[in-house]
Design a protein around this ligand. Structure first.
Ligand code: PMP
Length: 404
């Protein structure tokens, strides 16, 4: 069973204080804290295995390579990809989407072609498409949403045309907490013969993800948001797509043979992994995925859902409270504003009480424009947050509100 107090002991940072107050860390949407086992994996590998992967005949290099490739298998299992050829290690979600936009755009998109994204995308699922638009003259279409923060599926259906080449949409909104009906979005796109990329930065930490069940063509996530290290992420892609896509970057590892005249490229997944990978981080990412698997993604999801619902109910009691994002299907994120209090002031004063929340536009300025606001205060929950912490957040928000 899920014992939150025992779980918390795995995260040393949760025992620290800020401004003499116990830390209440509610900024998990930005990054998560690390369990001891993840940091230990990094320290152990640096101290006892460290060697560059794939190139060495010597013992350490082979051991490091085995760890790195075993991590790829752990990722494969975690998201239920068919083969490790479909798991590309990147620096994170941002790099995964840039890789896709460049490589897919290069091979499959021409001037006048279209990509569909949504109103609630993070900048990292907007700007790479704009760069492609500037390079190739493609057009970007946007799925609208209702005031609760739910995508409008009928409008989505209408966006498809003969020129639609890709849909790229977030699994879970980092601002609204909306869990999009990704399986349905994918099946609608597939009816039109259009592949789908899912930004899973906020999906993987909070839901069980099965890329085969979703039938996602591409799925991206970041290690650091799922209790793993910074600097590593994943792009999953169906082999039949990845096989046909050109490399994103050139360098070591991604080649088969090189002459000054011509280079032939390595097989999957190495074709997309130029240069020395962060093999220490991949080991630690695998450790993080094993950690959440052992806790049980379904337990984590249930725990976070109950915290989210409780937080929304309690916050609503505060006079002047405006919750932003009330989708029927949402979790882990609560965004809000109170009266005329600026989100930055609220965040700064909560910080003084030891409560770490995020304020601002959350890298989703077009969503802010849709909502007619500049920013929000965002509390985002992780597997180690407690009901008592939500109570302290609510008490903190009440206290700050009374000061204004
Ligand atoms: N997409 C979403 C929905 C996110 O929340 C984030 C991180 N805030 C990203 C993409 C980018 O992730 P990263 O910075 O780890 O590349």
């Amino acid at each position: 069973m899920y014992n939150i107090y025992k779980v918390r002991e795995d995260f040393p940072i949760l025992g620290r204080e800020v401004y003499g107050k116990p830390l209440i860390y509610l900024d998990n949407g930005a990054t998560t804290q690390k369990p001891r086992t993840v940091v230990d994996a990094m320290v152990d590998e640096y101290y006892s295995v460290n060697a560059n992967v794939h190139r060495g005949v010597h013992f350490l290099s082979q051991q490091a390579t085995e760890l790195h490739e075993a991590s790829r298998e752990t990722v494969r299992r975690f998201i239920n990809a068919r083969t490790t050829n479909e798991i590309i290690f990147t620096r994170g979600t941002t790099e995964s989407i840039n890789l896709l936009a460049f490589s897919f755009g290069e091979e499959f998109m021409e001037e006048g072609d279209e990509v569909i994204i949504s109103t609630m995308e993070h900048h990292s699922n907007i700007v790479p498409w704009q760069l492609l638009a500037a390079r190739k003259g493609i057009a970007i279409k946007v799925i609208p949403m209702n005031d609760q923060g739910e995508l409008l599926l009928d409008e989505y259906r209408k966006l498809f045309s003969k020129r639609t080449k890709l849909v790229s949409v977030t699994h879970v909104s980092n601002v609204l907490g909306t869990i999009n009906p990704i399986k349905q979005l994918i099946s609608i796109a597939h009816e039109q013969g259009v592949p789908v990329m899912v930004d899973g930065a906020q999906g993987v930490p909070h839901c069980t993800v099965d890329v085969q069940d979703l039938d996602a063509d591409f799925y991206a996530f970041s290690g650091h948001k799922v209790y793993g290290p910074t600097g590593v992420g994943v792009l999953y892609g169906k082999e039949e797509w990845l096989d046909r896509m050109p490399p994103y970057q050139g360098g070591g590892e991604m080649i088969q043979t090189v002459t000054f005249e011509k280079t032939t490229f390595n097989e999957l997944p190495f074709k997309f992994e130029a240069g020395t990978p962060d093999y220490i981080a991949t080991t630690a990412l695998a450790r993080a995925l094993d950690y959440v698997t052992d806790l049980g993604m379904e337990h984590i999801a249930a725990h976070e859902l109950s915290l989210t619902q409780y937080a929304m109910e309690r916050l609503k009691e505060i006079p002047g409270m405006r919750l932003i994002g009330e989708a029927a299907h949402k979790s882990s994120v609560v965004s809000f504003l109170v009266g005329d209090i600026h989100h930055f002031d609220m965040g700064t004063l909560l910080d003084r009480l030891g409560i770490a929340v995020r304020t601002g536009h959350h890298c989703a300025q077009p969503l802010m424009q849709r909502l007619g606001i500049e920013g929000t205060v965002r509390a985002s929950f992780g597997l180690y947050n407690t009901k008592e912490e939500v109570d302290k957040l609510v008490a903190g928000v009440e206290r700050v509100s009374q000061m204004f």
